[in-house]
Design a protein around this ligand. Structure first.
Ligand code: ADP
Ligand code: ASP
Ligand code: MG
Length: 404
């Protein structure tokens, strides 16, 4: 007998038939004698709609009220899933974040879980009741509902699995595992039976939305066994595992893309010590994360500084830089939201040279210009024009021999 957390994403609970399907799958695990806790997302599209309501009323909405609004999607599906389970004769009850409690920090809209009280749920699971937990939400130090950032139900599930000392955390979604790249862009992407925590973490952080980055970080830290699998098909999915558990290591595990960043270029700033600080300190003060950075020095002693920020932060970044114009001393600022970041990830890069070279050559052969580059030990990312996203991902997928 095992203790399992089963998490169902938005498409898995998109309508009543799918919620019935979820209830059947959950009951099947319980019928095998396992102790089961369930985490649900909002119905597909609902969170986007709720976010849209807030934005329409006010572009600079109060994040506490945003959380009050967007957390409701999960409240609905937790109740409906509990009802569907009861309808099958299975004892179940819904739990909201504040009832458990899932305690978070106070960063409304992107809160981090600090602790989860698991004893009551464990006791009820022992008695045969299935807790159905509303994902994506918690309660902050201000005693108000918080949400964990988009895709945050994955993190709810992993954190709950850690708190309940579960043997496994199964993430049910609309694909049957983690692929070498997004199977919606490359139809001949290959399903991986295993992927290391590190590779999954890096892939998630550069845009592979199949797991929220924070959920992988937490799984790695708390040693939670995570499996990604389909709620529509039977069969095993992808296990996220330690590096030692992967026998045949590929040099490149996968390719990801992100259209969530925008490019900013600060032109013709004086090339002197302290200039990078003058540009980036005001951005940090405005709580804006900078990702890729490129600096070119011209013969006349000035330099162009190019970097990327989240698309949602672009307007605020330009505002912060313009306010600091006197200290920075730039000639002009250009910005471009029509860019995509394409990344190649694999632990094999540590021991194999040439991964970056293959990437640059492949893109050059397709006539795709590279606007910025960043690397880490197991990743190379490039910034290209957004219109080349699919072409770049497909070409690289073939170039690294990943096609099925
Ligand atoms: P859920 O609502 O179940 O959380 P998401 O939409 O958040 O589902 O995540 C699943 C989606 O992630 C898939 O439909 C797929 O398009 C996308 N995806 C991106 N990269 C990958 C990848 N490498 N492997 C599998 N799916 C991926
Ligand atoms: N419903 C939330 C979202 O769309 C959380 C999740 O689905 O994981 O971001
Ligand atoms: Mg998701």
């Amino acid at each position: 007998m095992a203790r399992i957390v089963m998490k169902f994403g938005g498409t898995s609970v998109a309508d009543l038939d799918r919620i019935r399907n979820v209830a059947r799958r959950v009951k099947a695990e319980a019928d095998q004698g396992h102790e089961v806790a369930v985490v649900v997302s909002a119905m597909a599209g609902v969170t986007n709609q709720l976010v849209g309501y807030c934005q329409s009323l006010s572009p600079l909405f109060d994040a506490r009220e945003y959380d009050t609004v967007v957390s409701t999607g999960e409240q609905v599906t937790s109740g409906l899933t509990a009802i569907a389970l009861q309808e099958l004769g299975q004892d179940a009850r819904s739990w909201q974040g504040w009832q458990i409690a899932v305690e978070t920090d106070g960063e409304h809209g992107k809160a981090r879980i600090e602790s989860i009280e698991g004893d009551e749920l464990i006791e009820r699971m022992r008695q045969g009741q299935i807790p159905v937990v509303a994902g994506f939400q918690g309660i902050g130090p201000d005693n108000r509902v918080t949400t964990l950032g988009r895709g945050g139900s994955d993190t709810s599930a992993v954190a709950l699995a850690a708190a309940l000392k579960a043997d496994r955390c199964d993430i049910y979604t609309d694909v049957d595992g983690v692929y070498t790249t997004d199977p919606r862009i490359v139809p001949h992407a290959r399903k991986l039976s295993r992927i290391t925590y590190e590779e999954m973490l890096e892939l998630a952080s550069v845009g592979a939305k199949v797991l929220q980055t924070r959920s992988v970080e937490l799984a790695m830290k708390e040693r939670v066994r995570v499996q990604v699998l389909s709620s529509f098909a039977e069969g095993p999915g992808t296990m996220v595992v330690d590096e030692e558990e992967v026998v045949e290591k590929e040099i490149v595990a996968g390719i990801a893309y992100s259209r969530d960043e925008a490019k900013v270029t600060v032109r013709r700033v004086p090339d002197r010590p302290g200039i990078a600080a003058a540009v980036f300190v005001p951005l940090a003060a405005a709580n804006i994360n900078v990702d890729m950075i490129v600096q070119n020095v011209a013969a006349d002693g000035t330099t162009d500084m190019t970097f990327t920020v989240g698309k949602a932060d672009m307007a605020r970044a330009l505002q912060a830089l313009n306010q600091a114009k006197a200290e920075i001393g730039f000639a002009e600022i250009n910005s471009d939201p029509n860019v995509a970041k394409i990344s190649v990830v694999g632990v094999g890069m540590r021991s194999h040279a040439g991964v970056a070279g293959t990437m640059f050559k492949t893109l050059a052969e397709r006539g795709i210009n590279i606007q910025a580059i960043t690397t880490s030990e197991i990743k190379v990312s490039v910034l290209v024009a957004a219109e080349y996203t699919e072409l770049a991902v497909r070409a690289l997928h073939s170039a690294y021999g990943l096609d099925a």
